[in-house]
Ligand binder design. Sequence first.
Ligand code: SAM
Length: 279
Amino acid sequence: MNDFFSFELQSFAEFERHGWEKLSSAYDGSWGHVTSAFAPAILNALPDLEGLRLMDVATGPGYAARLALQRGAKVTGVDFSANMIASARQNVPKAQFEIADVKSLPFNDGEFDFAISNFGFQHFDDPAAAFREIARVLKPHGMLSFTVWAESARNAASLILEQALDRFAQEPNCVPEGPSYDFLLNMEQLHRILQQAGFAAKTTKSCLHVIPWRLRDEDELFRAEYTSSVRSGARLRHEGETARERIREAMAKDIRNHYNEDGKLIIPMAAYIISVRKA
Ligand SMILES: C[S@@+](CC[C@H](N)C(=O)[O-])C[C@H]1O[C@@H](n2cnc3c(N)ncnc32)[C@H](O)[C@@H]1O
Protein backbone atom coordinates (compact mmCIF):
# COMPACT_ATOMS: atom_id res chain seq x y z
CA MET A 1 0.00 0.00 0.00
CA ASN A 2 3.04 2.29 0.11
CA ASP A 3 2.48 3.57 -3.41
CA PHE A 4 -1.21 4.10 -2.64
CA PHE A 5 -0.73 7.82 -3.09
CA SER A 6 1.77 9.67 -5.13
CA PHE A 7 2.56 12.45 -2.68
CA GLU A 8 4.63 14.65 -4.93
CA LEU A 9 3.00 17.47 -6.86
CA GLN A 10 -0.32 17.15 -5.07
CA SER A 11 -1.94 20.11 -3.46
CA PHE A 12 -3.63 19.44 -0.14
CA ALA A 13 -7.06 19.60 -1.84
CA GLU A 14 -6.03 17.10 -4.54
CA PHE A 15 -4.54 14.83 -1.91
CA GLU A 16 -7.77 14.90 0.09
CA ARG A 17 -10.06 14.34 -2.89
CA HIS A 18 -7.91 11.56 -4.35
CA GLY A 19 -7.73 9.97 -0.88
CA TRP A 20 -11.49 10.00 -0.33
CA GLU A 21 -12.11 8.59 -3.81
CA LYS A 22 -9.84 5.66 -2.97
CA LEU A 23 -11.07 5.06 0.55
CA SER A 24 -14.81 5.62 0.24
CA SER A 25 -15.88 1.98 0.61
CA ALA A 26 -13.35 1.17 3.34
CA TYR A 27 -14.53 4.28 5.24
CA ASP A 28 -18.15 3.20 5.09
CA GLY A 29 -17.28 -0.11 6.78
CA SER A 30 -14.92 1.34 9.35
CA TRP A 31 -14.61 5.00 10.52
CA GLY A 32 -18.17 5.52 9.37
CA HIS A 33 -19.43 3.54 12.40
CA VAL A 34 -17.84 6.16 14.64
CA THR A 35 -18.67 9.36 12.73
CA SER A 36 -22.29 8.32 12.14
CA ALA A 37 -22.80 8.07 15.91
CA PHE A 38 -22.48 11.90 16.07
CA ALA A 39 -25.25 12.54 13.52
CA PRO A 40 -28.07 12.68 16.13
CA ALA A 41 -26.19 15.34 18.14
CA ILE A 42 -25.64 17.51 15.04
CA LEU A 43 -29.36 17.44 14.25
CA ASN A 44 -30.41 17.88 17.89
CA ALA A 45 -28.71 21.29 17.77
CA LEU A 46 -31.26 22.41 15.15
CA PRO A 47 -34.97 23.20 15.51
CA ASP A 48 -37.68 20.98 13.97
CA LEU A 49 -36.67 19.98 10.43
CA GLU A 50 -40.10 18.89 9.20
CA GLY A 51 -40.65 19.93 5.58
CA LEU A 52 -37.62 22.25 5.52
CA ARG A 53 -34.59 22.14 3.20
CA LEU A 54 -31.33 20.88 4.67
CA MET A 55 -27.93 20.59 2.98
CA ASP A 56 -25.41 18.05 4.30
CA VAL A 57 -21.94 19.24 3.26
CA ALA A 58 -19.12 16.65 2.96
CA THR A 59 -21.87 14.09 3.28
CA GLY A 60 -19.55 11.11 2.68
CA PRO A 61 -21.73 7.96 2.62
CA GLY A 62 -24.72 10.06 3.72
CA TYR A 63 -25.12 9.13 7.41
CA ALA A 64 -26.32 12.51 8.66
CA ALA A 65 -28.32 13.01 5.45
CA ARG A 66 -30.19 9.76 6.14
CA LEU A 67 -31.06 10.77 9.69
CA ALA A 68 -32.18 14.26 8.59
CA LEU A 69 -34.46 12.64 6.03
CA GLN A 70 -35.91 10.39 8.75
CA ARG A 71 -36.58 13.54 10.79
CA GLY A 72 -38.65 15.00 7.99
CA ALA A 73 -36.21 17.33 6.20
CA LYS A 74 -35.92 17.66 2.41
CA VAL A 75 -32.28 16.69 2.11
CA THR A 76 -29.52 17.53 -0.38
CA GLY A 77 -26.07 16.06 0.23
CA VAL A 78 -22.87 17.41 -1.28
CA ASP A 79 -19.37 15.95 -1.47
CA PHE A 80 -16.44 16.47 -3.83
CA SER A 81 -15.76 12.73 -4.03
CA ALA A 82 -17.75 11.00 -6.79
CA ASN A 83 -17.35 7.64 -5.04
CA MET A 84 -18.67 9.02 -1.76
CA ILE A 85 -21.68 10.44 -3.60
CA ALA A 86 -22.26 7.09 -5.35
CA SER A 87 -22.38 5.34 -2.00
CA ALA A 88 -24.57 8.08 -0.45
CA ARG A 89 -27.05 7.70 -3.36
CA GLN A 90 -27.18 3.98 -2.67
CA ASN A 91 -27.54 4.41 1.10
CA VAL A 92 -30.12 7.20 0.97
CA PRO A 93 -32.07 6.92 -2.29
CA LYS A 94 -34.71 9.47 -1.23
CA ALA A 95 -32.23 12.34 -0.79
CA GLN A 96 -30.71 14.44 -3.60
CA PHE A 97 -26.92 14.36 -3.94
CA GLU A 98 -24.50 16.55 -5.88
CA ILE A 99 -20.77 16.20 -6.54
CA ALA A 100 -19.33 19.61 -5.65
CA ASP A 101 -16.59 21.35 -3.75
CA VAL A 102 -17.82 23.18 -0.66
CA LYS A 103 -16.13 26.34 -1.98
CA SER A 104 -18.50 26.50 -4.97
CA LEU A 105 -21.85 25.00 -4.16
CA PRO A 106 -24.19 24.54 -7.16
CA PHE A 107 -27.11 26.30 -5.46
CA ASN A 108 -28.71 29.73 -5.51
CA ASP A 109 -28.38 32.24 -2.69
CA GLY A 110 -30.71 31.53 0.22
CA GLU A 111 -31.99 28.10 -0.88
CA PHE A 112 -31.60 26.21 2.41
CA ASP A 113 -33.11 26.47 5.88
CA PHE A 114 -30.33 24.40 7.43
CA ALA A 115 -26.81 23.22 6.65
CA ILE A 116 -24.89 20.52 8.49
CA SER A 117 -21.43 19.02 8.17
CA ASN A 118 -20.34 15.98 10.15
CA PHE A 119 -16.53 16.06 10.34
CA GLY A 120 -16.14 17.96 7.08
CA PHE A 121 -14.44 21.15 8.23
CA GLN A 122 -11.18 19.55 9.35
CA HIS A 123 -10.77 18.29 5.79
CA PHE A 124 -11.55 21.42 3.80
CA ASP A 125 -8.59 23.14 2.14
CA ASP A 126 -10.11 26.55 2.97
CA PRO A 127 -12.55 26.27 5.89
CA ALA A 128 -13.17 30.04 6.06
CA ALA A 129 -14.22 30.03 2.37
CA ALA A 130 -16.47 27.05 3.17
CA PHE A 131 -18.25 29.08 5.88
CA ARG A 132 -18.79 31.96 3.42
CA GLU A 133 -20.19 29.69 0.73
CA ILE A 134 -22.48 27.86 3.17
CA ALA A 135 -23.74 31.21 4.50
CA ARG A 136 -24.49 32.28 0.91
CA VAL A 137 -26.83 29.34 0.23
CA LEU A 138 -28.59 29.59 3.63
CA LYS A 139 -31.74 31.68 4.03
CA PRO A 140 -31.54 34.69 6.36
CA HIS A 141 -31.63 33.27 9.92
CA GLY A 142 -30.92 29.78 8.55
CA MET A 143 -28.76 27.61 10.77
CA LEU A 144 -25.51 25.68 10.38
CA SER A 145 -24.60 22.82 12.72
CA PHE A 146 -21.31 20.90 12.42
CA THR A 147 -18.86 18.68 14.27
CA VAL A 148 -15.13 19.07 14.76
CA TRP A 149 -12.93 16.58 16.56
CA ALA A 150 -11.80 17.87 19.95
CA GLU A 151 -8.14 18.50 20.81
CA SER A 152 -5.88 15.40 20.93
CA ALA A 153 -5.58 15.77 24.71
CA ARG A 154 -9.30 15.01 24.97
CA ASN A 155 -9.44 12.60 22.10
CA ALA A 156 -8.07 9.13 22.80
CA ALA A 157 -7.93 7.98 19.17
CA SER A 158 -5.70 10.89 18.10
CA LEU A 159 -3.55 10.61 21.20
CA ILE A 160 -2.93 6.88 20.81
CA LEU A 161 -1.97 7.28 17.15
CA GLU A 162 0.15 10.42 17.63
CA GLN A 163 2.13 8.88 20.49
CA ALA A 164 2.83 5.71 18.50
CA LEU A 165 3.88 7.72 15.43
CA ASP A 166 6.13 9.94 17.55
CA ARG A 167 7.94 6.90 18.89
CA PHE A 168 8.17 4.61 15.90
CA ALA A 169 7.60 6.45 12.60
CA GLN A 170 10.70 6.41 10.43
CA GLU A 171 9.47 8.50 7.51
CA PRO A 172 8.89 12.25 7.55
CA ASN A 173 5.25 13.34 7.43
CA CYS A 174 4.25 12.83 3.78
CA VAL A 175 0.94 14.71 3.84
CA PRO A 176 0.95 17.95 1.78
CA GLU A 177 0.71 20.97 4.04
CA GLY A 178 -2.89 22.06 4.55
CA PRO A 179 -4.55 24.95 6.35
CA SER A 180 -4.43 25.35 10.12
CA TYR A 181 -7.62 24.11 11.73
CA ASP A 182 -6.75 25.56 15.14
CA PHE A 183 -9.31 28.36 14.82
CA LEU A 184 -12.12 25.79 14.76
CA LEU A 185 -11.28 24.94 18.37
CA ASN A 186 -10.83 28.52 19.54
CA MET A 187 -14.24 30.10 20.19
CA GLU A 188 -13.02 33.67 19.95
CA GLN A 189 -11.37 33.15 16.57
CA LEU A 190 -14.20 30.97 15.33
CA HIS A 191 -16.79 33.67 16.23
CA ARG A 192 -14.80 36.21 14.23
CA ILE A 193 -14.46 34.01 11.14
CA LEU A 194 -18.15 33.04 11.29
CA GLN A 195 -19.21 36.67 11.52
CA GLN A 196 -16.95 37.62 8.60
CA ALA A 197 -18.62 34.79 6.65
CA GLY A 198 -22.11 36.22 7.23
CA PHE A 199 -23.29 34.54 10.43
CA ALA A 200 -24.89 36.56 13.21
CA ALA A 201 -22.94 37.79 16.23
CA LYS A 202 -23.45 35.93 19.52
CA THR A 203 -25.30 33.00 17.99
CA THR A 204 -22.46 30.47 18.06
CA LYS A 205 -22.96 27.60 20.50
CA SER A 206 -20.47 24.84 21.15
CA CYS A 207 -20.92 21.71 23.19
CA LEU A 208 -18.47 18.88 23.84
CA HIS A 209 -19.95 15.49 23.03
CA VAL A 210 -18.21 12.24 23.98
CA ILE A 211 -19.16 8.87 22.55
CA PRO A 212 -17.53 5.60 23.65
CA TRP A 213 -16.02 3.57 20.82
CA ARG A 214 -16.33 -0.08 21.90
CA LEU A 215 -13.51 -1.74 20.03
CA ARG A 216 -13.89 -5.27 18.73
CA ASP A 217 -10.20 -5.91 19.45
CA GLU A 218 -7.04 -3.99 20.28
CA ASP A 219 -6.13 -3.52 16.58
CA GLU A 220 -9.40 -1.97 15.46
CA LEU A 221 -8.18 1.62 15.76
CA PHE A 222 -5.00 0.82 13.82
CA ARG A 223 -7.02 -0.92 11.08
CA ALA A 224 -9.44 2.00 10.84
CA GLU A 225 -6.59 4.51 10.50
CA TYR A 226 -4.58 2.36 8.09
CA THR A 227 -7.40 1.38 5.76
CA SER A 228 -9.82 4.28 5.83
CA SER A 229 -8.30 7.51 7.06
CA VAL A 230 -6.91 9.83 4.39
CA ARG A 231 -4.33 11.81 6.36
CA SER A 232 -3.20 9.72 9.34
CA GLY A 233 -3.66 6.59 7.25
CA ALA A 234 -1.31 8.05 4.62
CA ARG A 235 1.40 8.30 7.25
CA LEU A 236 0.92 4.63 8.16
CA ARG A 237 0.78 3.52 4.53
CA HIS A 238 3.97 5.46 3.83
CA GLU A 239 5.97 3.64 6.53
CA GLY A 240 7.95 0.46 5.87
CA GLU A 241 6.52 -2.79 7.21
CA THR A 242 8.78 -3.01 10.27
CA ALA A 243 8.00 0.50 11.49
CA ARG A 244 4.30 0.07 10.77
CA GLU A 245 4.26 -3.14 12.78
CA ARG A 246 5.90 -1.32 15.72
CA ILE A 247 3.31 1.42 15.50
CA ARG A 248 0.50 -1.16 15.45
CA GLU A 249 1.97 -2.93 18.49
CA ALA A 250 2.40 0.34 20.40
CA MET A 251 -1.21 1.35 19.70
CA ALA A 252 -2.50 -2.08 20.78
CA LYS A 253 -0.45 -1.97 23.99
CA ASP A 254 -1.69 1.52 24.84
CA ILE A 255 -5.29 0.43 24.33
CA ARG A 256 -4.78 -2.75 26.36
CA ASN A 257 -3.18 -0.87 29.23
CA HIS A 258 -5.18 2.35 29.37
CA TYR A 259 -8.57 1.79 27.77
CA ASN A 260 -9.45 -1.59 29.22
CA GLU A 261 -12.55 -1.75 31.39
CA ASP A 262 -12.71 -5.33 32.72
CA GLY A 263 -11.68 -6.74 29.38
CA LYS A 264 -13.84 -4.34 27.35
CA LEU A 265 -11.75 -2.04 25.18
CA ILE A 266 -13.38 1.40 25.05
CA ILE A 267 -11.92 4.64 23.74
CA PRO A 268 -13.75 7.93 24.29
CA MET A 269 -14.30 9.86 21.05
CA ALA A 270 -14.74 13.57 21.71
CA ALA A 271 -16.10 16.17 19.31
CA TYR A 272 -17.60 19.65 19.56
CA ILE A 273 -21.07 20.16 18.18
CA ILE A 274 -21.08 23.76 16.97
CA SER A 275 -24.15 25.63 15.76
CA VAL A 276 -24.62 29.15 14.48
CA ARG A 277 -27.38 31.24 12.89
CA LYS A 278 -27.04 33.27 9.71
CA ALA A 279 -27.51 37.01 10.08
C1 SAM B 1 -14.29 12.52 7.43
S1 SAM B 1 -15.30 12.41 6.00
C2 SAM B 1 -16.89 12.76 6.71
C3 SAM B 1 -17.98 12.02 5.96
C4 SAM B 1 -19.37 12.04 6.61
N1 SAM B 1 -19.90 13.38 6.77
C5 SAM B 1 -19.44 11.30 7.92
O1 SAM B 1 -20.28 11.67 8.74
O2 SAM B 1 -18.72 10.33 8.12
C6 SAM B 1 -14.91 13.93 5.17
C7 SAM B 1 -15.65 14.10 3.85
O3 SAM B 1 -15.35 15.41 3.38
C8 SAM B 1 -15.33 15.38 1.97
N2 SAM B 1 -14.61 16.61 1.54
C9 SAM B 1 -13.35 16.98 1.88
N3 SAM B 1 -13.05 18.16 1.33
C10 SAM B 1 -14.15 18.56 0.63
C11 SAM B 1 -14.45 19.72 -0.14
N4 SAM B 1 -13.54 20.69 -0.32
N5 SAM B 1 -15.68 19.83 -0.69
C12 SAM B 1 -16.60 18.83 -0.52
N6 SAM B 1 -16.37 17.70 0.19
C13 SAM B 1 -15.15 17.57 0.77
C14 SAM B 1 -14.62 14.06 1.66
O4 SAM B 1 -14.82 13.63 0.34
C15 SAM B 1 -15.25 13.15 2.72
O5 SAM B 1 -16.38 12.50 2.21
